[in-house]
Write a protein that binds this ligand. Structure first.
Ligand code: ADP
Ligand code: MG
Length: 398
């Protein structure tokens, strides 16, 4: 890896370390309902504090569009941060200027300070140099631990790294190391599973993957678009008929790159989209005209699991079926369990991400058994699309 980490940061007692973290947690009635994101950045904060740094946290919260909005103040989440860290965190009502400076000046070695929402200033999302300089005035060192914000070139995620010595925090480091193993420099064969609802949201992702992986399993609603493009009648299934040419193009690019495309051989069909709906397994060329495919069938699961058995590396985005409604979670759960078992044996590197994918792996009870499950959302998808991540690239250059 070509970026610096906290291992390269010694003798930092008394140094002001600006740490970009993701504290964009869900809040209901003034209370944090899920502290996962705070938990993820806690190790970096506590490590720096233990080394005697003055830890100054930078984060955004919601979408306040460049001006202060009371219910998007990071002050609201201070109690939750205190709870997770087991330490009292100071708070400043601005992230730049006199208020920020006074709060930073008051810090003793090892203290932690949270600055107000960076998006209360227009300069943040514009990556304005003067705003970045105003942030940098309160730090000697910059640490970025917010992979989930790294697909945006904002002042606190990218601009600051031009102005201060820059390092990856522990969460950023873990994410980058996992992604490197997944697609950067993976052990082959590499198999990708892509599912979910629609091709239209994943064209860039599919186009990038066929160039990088040895086999691409396509499941979920989007498989119907590929099947229909091939001439299969998919009945009432979710299907983007207008994307037939796109699907064909992706299959051509896969053939050119030597990437096998694995489409379902059978499906579980129903007449209603609801839990417990009457359902049956049919061969993929026998989908009744009045039915829709809500999961891939048992033969398809066998094929997917055979590819997982052959693979050294698996990258996964998108469930194989409508996993939110039983029994249409069956294929997703079966493939997830098999991938988890192979990972536990040490035979497979498994990297997964995506909002619904994380939910599906949690539902299957195997998220902890995967090599890495990314909760980064947009940044993870842009990485799978092969797009540059400005917040990561600037760390690599430094
Ligand atoms: P992620 O959030 O992990 O990127 P997506 O949002 O692309 O995943 O896809 C998840 C959605 O796809 C789920 O809501 C699921 O119900 C839906 N889905 C999967 N298979 C089907 C299907 N055969 N028909 C309709 N919807 C499906
Ligand atoms: Mg989703």
């Amino acid at each position: 890896m070509t970026f610096k980490t906290l291992d390269d940061l010694n003798d930092i007692a008394g140094k002001r370390v600006l740490v970009r973290v993701d504290l964009n947690v869900p809040v209901k009635d003034g209370k944090v309902t899920d502290a996962t994101r705070i938990e993820r950045v806690a190790p970096t904060i506590l490590e720096l504090s233990k080394k005697g740094a003055k830890v100054v946290l930078l984060a955004h919260f919601g979408r306040p569009k460049g001006e202060p909005v009371a219910d998007q103040s990071l002050g609201l989440i201070v109690p939750a941060v205190n709870d997770v860290l087991g330490k009292q965190v100071a708070f400043a009502q601005d992230c730049i200027g006199d208020k920020a400076k006074a709060a930073v000046d008051a810090l003793k070695n090892g203290d932690i300070l949270l600055l107000e929402n960076t998006r209360f200033h227009k300069g943040e999302e514009k990556n304005d140099t003067d705003f970045a300089k105003a942030l940098a005035a309160n730090g000697d060192i910059y640490v970025n631990d917010a992979f989930s914000a790294a697909h945006r070139a904002h002042a606190s995620t990218e601009g600051l790294a031009h102005l201060l010595p820059a390092y990856a925090g522990r969460t950023m480091q873990a994410e980058l190391e996992a992604l490197e193993k997944g697609l950067g420099n993976p052990k082959r064969p590499v198999v990708a599973i892509v599912g979910g609802a629609k091709v239209s949201t994943k064209i860039d992702l599919l186009t990038n993957l066929v160039k990088k992986v040895d086999a691409l399993v396509i499941g979920g609603g989007m498989a119907n678009t590929f099947l229909a493009a091939r001439g299969t009648d998919v009945g009432k299934s979710l299907c983007e008929h207008d994307l037939a040419d796109t699907a064909k193009q992706i299959m051509i690019e896969a053939a050119t790159a030597g990437c096998a495309i694995i489409l379902p051989e059978d499906g579980v069909v129903a007449r209603e989209f609801k839990a417990g709906a009457d359902n049956q397994v049919v061969a993929i060329d026998k989908i009744p005209a009045d039915a829709m495919v809500l999961d891939v069938g048992p033969k398809s699961v066998e094929a997917v699991n055979a590819w997982i058995s052959r693979a050294e590396t698996l990258v996964w985005n998108g469930p194989l079926g409508a996993f939110e409604i039983a029994p249409f979670d069956t294929a997703t759960v079966a493939a997830a369990e098999h991938a988890a078992a192979r990972t536990k044996e040490g035979a497979l590197v498994s990297v997964a991400g995506g909002g619904d994918t994380v939910a599906a792996l949690n539902h299957a009870g195997v998220a902890d058994d995967f090599t890495y499950v990314s909760t980064a959302g947009g940044a993870f998808l842009e990485w799978m699309e092969g797009k540059p991540l400005p917040g990561v690239d600037i760390l690599r250059q430094k």
